[in-house]
Structures are given as structure tokens and as C-alpha cells.
Design a protein around this ligand. Structure first.
Ligand code: 1GP
Length: 235
């Protein structure tokens, strides 16, 4: 049975890192109004509860679904403005902490876990230079067959609704994104990393169901993000 999920209809996610500033003159409201289908709030380093709360509050008044993507249990916030929690689990992590360890801690300390609003994202981390790769000790030495196999394991063995091909900070290999797309059937394929304009968004969205744009919002601002929304929806 195929279930309907919110991300079935998405083309584009804007990921806001609470630890990074916005360009001068740009507000969170401006970013919410770029046409993106959802906002994910999360980052790998330096995220605190206070910084997370400030971004949630600033985005809450705008009409775009808001998800928290916590990197550790300490920064999880309960907030009615959130549609839910997208929880990374890194399939190619070198440390089991990033596969199930952090998750175990979260469940252990939270007596009132919000299961209805929680979905995991099966990350495959691909850029060895990225913080997320060093942090999780990810094995990024993967070819298209390896990535396709991870995507299949995520979907078929572990029942993951979301497979997230993560090139954070660099544009990925189209052939590998395509292999991941061909390997996934029911799961929604998120692609993130290095998307900086219409063409890069279009090229990855030809294969990925959803493209995730991160640093561009912090480095360039609204018009650049809007161009990626157009590229993703035209593909
Ligand atoms: C990061 O996949 C996202 O988690 C987006 O990557 O910052 O390179 O756009 P960029």
C-alpha cells in the first residue's frame, strides 16, 4: 500500500541553518516567500536551542510548512508552528551513533515522544569535505552502484520514506543522483548540495524528487533562491 506524504508534492526545500547569518537586508519572511515548498531548520555545527527557537519564531507567521531537522536531541523543540521533525539517520556513517545512537538517546530522555510528527531521512553522505561527513565519519568513497544499493536498503529493508543524497557544499554527480533515483520507487529522493542557480537546480531535479538548497540562502539571498525554486519546478 502506498501512503501519501506531504513531500510527495514537493520540488524544493529551503534549509535554514540557525547558526548562519542571512545576507544584509534579507529576512526569514523573504526566504519563506520564495516559493519553496517547505522550510527545514537545521545545521550540523553550533546549533543551540535558542538559535533554533529564533528561526522557528521568525518563520512561523509565514504560510510555508516548517520542519525541524535536529542534529542532536538537545536542540529538539516542541513548537506548534512545526509540521514535524525530519530526523537524519546516516546510512554510511562510520559511527553507529549517527545511525541509531543519537536516536536511542532522544527516545530515552523523551517520555512523551511525538511519533505522529516524526519521519526519518535515510542520509547517504557524499562529500568527504563537509562537516556532516567528518562528524559522522562517513565513508564517502561510493560509486553509483554503492549508492543505488544504499538507497534500496533504505527503502526496501528499512522502509524509509525519504532517501537523502547529501553532497552538502558541492554539486553532486548527475550519474549518481540518477542511480539513486532509479533505485528508489516508493521513497522520495531528496538531493542536497551545491545548488546555486536555475541550471544546477534543474539538473538535479531531473532525477531527484526534491532538491534541498542550503548555503545559497545565507550567501546570496532571495533572488538566487527563487531561481532554484523555478529550476526545480520546471524539471
Ligand atoms: C545541506 O543538503 C543541504 O544539508 C544543502 O546543501 O548548503 O550545499 O546547498 P548546500
Amino acid at each position: 500500500m502506498t501512503t501519501t506524504t506531504p513531500w510527495d508534492d514537493w520540488d524544493h526545500i529551503l534549509k535554514i541553518d540557525p547558526d548562519k547569518d542571512l545576507p544584509e537586508g534579507v529576512t526569514y519572511g523573504d526566504l519563506c516567500a520564495t516559493g519553496t515548498d517547505a522550510i527545514e531548520i537545521g545545521g550540523t555545527m553550533g546549533v543551540t536551542e535558542e538559535k533554533m527557537a529564533a528561526v522557528i519564531e521568525a518563520c512561523a507567521e509565514h504560510d510555508v510548512p516548517l520542519y525541524q531537522e535536529p542534529s542532536s536531541p538537545e536542540v529538539v523543540l516542541e513548537d506548534d508552528a512545526l509540521e514535524g521533525y525530519l530526523i537524519p539517520t546516516v546510512f554510511n556513517a562510520g559511527s553507529p551513533f549517527w545511525i541509531t545512537g543519537a536516536h536511542k538517546e532522544w527516545v530515552r530522555i523523551d517520555d512523551d515522544y511525538d511519533w505522529d510528527r516524526t519521519t526519518t531521512e535515510a542520509y547517504i553522505v557524499m562529500n568527504p569535505e563537509a562537516d556532516v561527513a567528518t562528524y559522522t565519519e562517513a565513508d564517502c568513497d561510493l560509486d553509483a552502484d554503492d549508492v543505488a544499493a544504499y538507497a534500496t536498503v533504505a527503502e526496501r529493508m528499512f522502509g524509509q520514506e525519504i532517501v537523502y543524497l547529501e553532497y552538502s557544499g558541492t554539486l553532486g554527480d548527475e550519474g549518481i543522483v540518477r542511480a539513486a533515483a532509479e533505485a528508489t520507487d516508493d521513497a522520495t529522493l531528496f538531493y542536497g548540495g551545491g545548488i546555486h542557480d536555475y541550471d544546477s537546480a534543474y539538473s538535479m531535479a531531473q532525477y531527484a524528487d526534491v532538491v534541498v538548497v542550503g548555503d545559497l540562502a545565507h550567501d546570496e539571498g532571495v533572488e538566487a533562491v527563487r531561481a532554484t525554486v523555478e529550476g526545480a519546478s520546471d524539471a
